[in-house]
Unconditional design. Sequence first.
Length: 235
Amino acid sequence: MRYFKYFPTIEFDLDGNNQTRDVVDVFRMAKVNDIVENNATNYRWYDIQDGERPDHVSMKLYDTVDYHWTFFLLNNNLKNLYQDWPMSREQVEDVVKENFSGYVLTQTDTDDAGKLSVGELVTGLKSGATANIVEVNTSLGWIKVENLSGQFRDEDVVGSTNGNRVSITGQSMERYAAHHYEKDGEIVPRWTPLASKVTQEEFIFAHNETKRQIRVVRPEHINRLALEFRRAINE
């Protein structure tokens, strides 16, 4: 069914390779809410598999790539292909590496606010390791550092500016630093009893997983919905 000729189109880099092609301009299409919400039995839920793109899912469900635009029509959370469609695990790993490639020192005290400052040189009193402070996040219990020399251990570190001391459990990659703390599914302060740490890496992967379930048109109804849609946008 070659109904695309009736739809407004735009040039879009669907694959992110700087090569554009004409795709349906779903943002210009009108009167879709009545069609989408007309009958819930027309739709079902689908879990996007690792690495699947919209055209892959369309082919799997409808034996054609031409219906990939319907996923963006049916799901309000899908507005941008690159921000809202789930990434593959390999892509998520690349994001984590790109954004969290540094190192942090993990604090043990909950009352360290103001003791150390950005730009200050810190030295491990046992290890002799040194580093410059890039960021201090007392609420989450970590100190981001750069120009690392040596290996910090479970020890006190001292700042070069005013000689203040802070206790740490050692150093780790930034990806393992706390993004937040949780208890019973709720975000809580890190000093909350029995609170669990959710790392930067875990948060990115978990957030990506929340995007996997989408609503799709049942295959037996896709042609009818497309026809109704074509009529709606040409009224």
